[in-house]
Design a protein around this ligand. Structure first.
Ligand SMILES: C[S@@+](CC[C@H](N)C(=O)[O-])C[C@H]1O[C@@H](n2cnc3c(N)ncnc32)[C@H](O)[C@@H]1O
Length: 283
């Protein structure tokens, strides 16, 4: 699916943006980003690996005046090593930057700052300690994720939150190795995990962990339990039944609602071909 300018996507809902961003992770992104806003926590947003923009569109809702949102993706540029190139050709061969931008602009007036290139350039473009929330979802190969986690650590300010995608999937063991390696060796504190994402901080743990536990205890649409990991009480969440939080509004929603309902196709006739022919001939 290469997108020509006149066939760019016009999503009426976030559901129509292709990507990977489960309800439970939307609930948690909403909770962490809203908590930061309520506390007046300053800092920018960063996403490494945007694909067609599903999680970026969602994150863009939490941008405050004077804050920056930077996204970084190779899009259709070549990767800097063969393994990453192979990964790109296998999983994201039809991706274009224009399609991402069209999706994003369906929901937001202004694009984020878009860095088209390998995620390892990010520390030369974003100020150290300037971010409050970093979503790491670019290459799923060990060397890249290891570097992206180190970048997140450098770019996050005090009490910033890092989210690591696909930290336990069978098809990308390098993400698991990089994630738990960071917990074991860099002081990354695990706050919670869902089926696909790890949430952690290098900042203070107890206050955010306590409030997260209280929020989860008030929800009846998913299971959670705590487990001691590397000296921290980490929360495991089974969010398969999680309800979606409030969704961003698309500029195309009115268009979709105004479109005339498609005329239903006539029901197929149950008559035999011979009887149908007779009725057509009026016999
Ligand atoms: C799993 S997708 C991101 C999904 C997205 N966050 C969403 O919500 O749907 C991974 C993205 O990382 C990008 N990518 C792969 N290797 C990269 C690298 N070395 N640097 C930057 N982006 C990369 C791919 O082009 C792809 O768009």
């Amino acid at each position: 699916m290469q997108h020509e300018p006149d066939t760019l996507p016009r999503p009426a809902t976030l559901d129509e943006v292709k990507g990977w961003f489960h309800n439970i992770d939307q609930v948690l992104f909403d909770w962490f980003l809203s908590r930061q806003r309520e506390r007046g926590q300053q800092g920018d947003l960063l996403e490494l690996g945007v694909y067609l923009g599903k999680s970026a569109v969602f994150m863009g809702q939490y941008l405050e005046d004077g804050q920056a949102f930077t996204v970084c993706d190779l899009f259709d540029s070549p990767a800097s090593d063969t393994a990453n190139d192979k990964e790109m050709n296998k999983s994201y061969s039809t991706l274009t930057r224009a399609a991402f931008e069209a999706n994003y602009q369906a929901f937001h007036d202004e694009l984020p700052r878009v860095v088209q290139g390998p995620s390892h350039v990010i520390t030369s473009l974003v100020e150290p300690d300037s971010c409050r929330f970093v979503h790491v979802d670019a290459s799923h190969l060990y060397e890249h994720v290891h570097g992206d986690i180190a970048a997140a650590r450098e770019l996050l300010g005090e009490d910033g939150i890092v989210v690591l995608d696909d930290f336990r999937a069978e098809h990308c063991p390098g993400v698991a190795a990089a994630t738990w390696g960071a917990v074991a060796t860099t002081g990354l504190k695990p706050l919670c995990i869902t089926a696909t994402k790890f949430y952690g901080t290098w900042g203070s743990f107890e206050p955010v962990r306590g409030e997260l536990g209280a929020m989860l205890a008030g929800r009846d649409d998913f299971w959670h339990g705590a487990e001691e990991v590397a000296g921290h009480s980490m929360i495991r969440i089974d969010g398969r039944r999680a309800r979606v939080p409030a969704q961003p509004t698309s500029r195309y929603v009115a268009e979709a609602e105004a479109a005339p309902a498609a005329t239903p196709a006539p029901a197929p006739s149950k008559a035999s071909p011979k009887r149908r022919l007779k009725s057509l001939l009026g016999r």
